[in-house]
Design a protein around this ligand. Structure first.
Ligand code: ADP
Ligand code: G6P
Length: 478
């Protein structure tokens, strides 16, 4: 019997769907945009490369039926409440996330979390195998799905399999702590092509294959020893933003008027500083607040002339490290405002919400200084979004050298967030550098993002996937 089910030439798999299911107290279902940089980037890619997106709907329980949205076919994968705890909050975000981000907080190892990770990765692979047309391109995303490439290969040897890591890949000394390190590498080696944010991440992966699996590798290629003759290529293809789409949003008169209104409602400060992050310990929010507080205490700056807006999107709120970070940040903001704010002029405006894209673009345009100070970040799209929105060449970007973005935007006001004195100096330089010099810097930053936007990233990725070595052709010399 032949099936009439529609299948797709491009299938993306990511832990999250682009939309997140939320059920209110009355039981009404609403779909909101999912948080994070992966969704921002992949959503714009899928607009110009139609296909299916396999992902979790963001709440526990059975998967809702597949549905179509904005030209994409969305195929939900269900996670039980235990799997949300063990696969998502546990293994993905309390084991892998800390190990892959320099162990800024300690990682937890639990064998039942691993069992859930294996089970859920297999479920994703099964859904991908059902959605993929013969010979399709399958593009698996991020650290939550490192076993899926090998599972997909078992089920569908006919498809081309790529994986892209949105976060750093750790040095072998850290990766080796994982009791399941060999299985993770073998899962990834099920792909034809592996993409990373930085060349250093790709090198860390190749080194791990050599040292932990004893495989041979030449440059970017790892040779499998399973008798297949297959090779897997691992290289850097840094992700980006939809430059043209976002720039034209930022040029809309309503967005520009809103930027002015934001400044007015803050009392038209001389300097408006801005932080925009998921509330995550990797983002260096504590270090940023410490540097800002010291600048206020030392009277280098102060409200109402200078103010800071910190937007901190809620994230992973049931994981202990995130809960305690939130408490600490909120206490610190309260203390700074209590001690250093003035009536009608708080030193920090703290907002724990998500906003529509238009509001984010207005905030970026309103800000004189954008503070991007992560301790470790695979890329950081906020940095690229800020410069994209500054078509007026205004503003200054303070950027941590520990972000992937810094490798492309090193003309920014660079900082090492661990060095509080250095961070303070970078903030003061961003405030005090003459306008003309700041415009020159902003022009260079914008040119880089304009020439390396997310559409170019997707084209380069898919071309590299198509050209990946796979099984090497027979040697023409015989
Ligand atoms: P991460 O993926 O770790 O969250 P990125 O900086 O790469 O970090 O991406 C964050 C994405 O989420 C960006 O597109 C940013 O504009 C968006 N974002 C961050 N905070 C908010 C918020 N409060 N409301 C809406 N979008 C937000
Ligand atoms: C980062 C990760 C993504 C993740 C996002 C939001 O960007 O690389 O995979 O989706 O954060 O985190 P969450 O846990 O809410 O999906």
């Amino acid at each position: 019997m032949t099936s009439t089910r529609k299948t797709f030439d491009l299938v993306v798999a990511a832990n999250r769907l682009p939309v997140d299911k939320q059920v209110d107290e009355q039981g009404n279902v609403e779909w909101h945009r999912s948080p994070g940089g992966l969704v921002t980037a992949m959503e714009s890619v899928m607009r110009s490369n139609p296909g299916a997106w396999v992902g979790w709907s963001g709440d526990a329980g059975e998967a809702p039926p597949p549905f179509d949205e904005e030209g994409m076919h969305l195929r939900p994968v269900g996670l039980s409440a235990e799997e949300v705890r063990d696969f998502y909050e546990g293994f993905s975000n309390d084991t892998l996330w800390p190990i892959y981000h320099d162990v800024i907080v300690p990682a937890s190892f639990h064998r039942e979390w691993w069992a859930a990770y294996v089970r859920v990765n297999r479920r994703f692979a099964e859904a991908v195998a059902e959605e993929a047309a013969p010979g399709a391109r399958v593009w698996i995303q991020d650290y939550q799905l490192q076993l899926a490439p090998a599972f997909v290969r078992q089920l569908r040897p006919d498809v081309r399999i790529g994986w892209f890591n949105h976060i750093p890949f750790p040095p072998v000394e850290l990766f080796a702590q994982l009791p399941w390190r060999s299985s993770l590498l073998e899962g990834l080696l099920g792909a034809d092509f592996l993409g990373f944010q930085r060349q250093a991440d790709a090198r860390n992966f190749v080194r791990a294959c050599r040292q932990l699996l004893g495989l041979r590798a030449k440059g970017e290629r790892v040779a499998l020893d399973d008798g297949s003759g297959r090779q897997v290529r691992a290289t850097a293809i840094p992700i980006s933003v939809d430059y043209r789409g976002l720039e034209s949003l930022a040029q809309q008169p309503e967005v520009m008027a809103r930027a002015k209104e934001i400044r007015e409602s803050l009392g038209n400060p001389d300097v408006l500083m801005l932080g925009v992050d998921r509330l995550d310990y990797t983002k260096g929010i504590r270090h940023r607040l410490k540097a800002y507080e010291e600048l206020l205490l030392e009277r280098h700056i102060g409200p109402p002339d200078v103010t800071l807006v910190q937007v901190a999107t809620p994230s992973r709120e049931r994981v202990e490290a995130y809960r305690s970070l939130r408490e600490e940040i909120e206490q610190t903001v309260g203390r700074i405002n209590g001690e250093l704010g003035k009536i009608g002029a708080p030193a920090v405006h703290y907002l724990h919400h998500s906003y529509p894209r238009e509001e984010m673009a207005a905030l970026f345009q309103a800000a004189d200084v954008m503070l991007v100070t992560p301790l470790r970040d695979g890329m950081n799209l906020v940095a690229k979004e800020y410069v994209t929105c500054r078509h007026d060449l205004g503003g200054a970007l303070v950027l941590s050298e520990f972000t992937g973005a810094w490798h492309e935007l090193h003309q920014a006001f660079t900082c090492n967030p661990h060095d509080i004195e250095g961070l303070k100096q970078a903030m003061l330089r961003a405030i005090n550098t003459p306008k003309r010099d700041k415009e020159r810097i902003m022009r260079a930053l914008r040119r880089r993002v304009a020439d390396h936007d997310v559409q170019r990233w997707a084209r380069r990725y898919l071309a590299a996937l198509d050209a990946a070595p796979g099984v090497p052709a027979p040697d023409p010399r015989g």
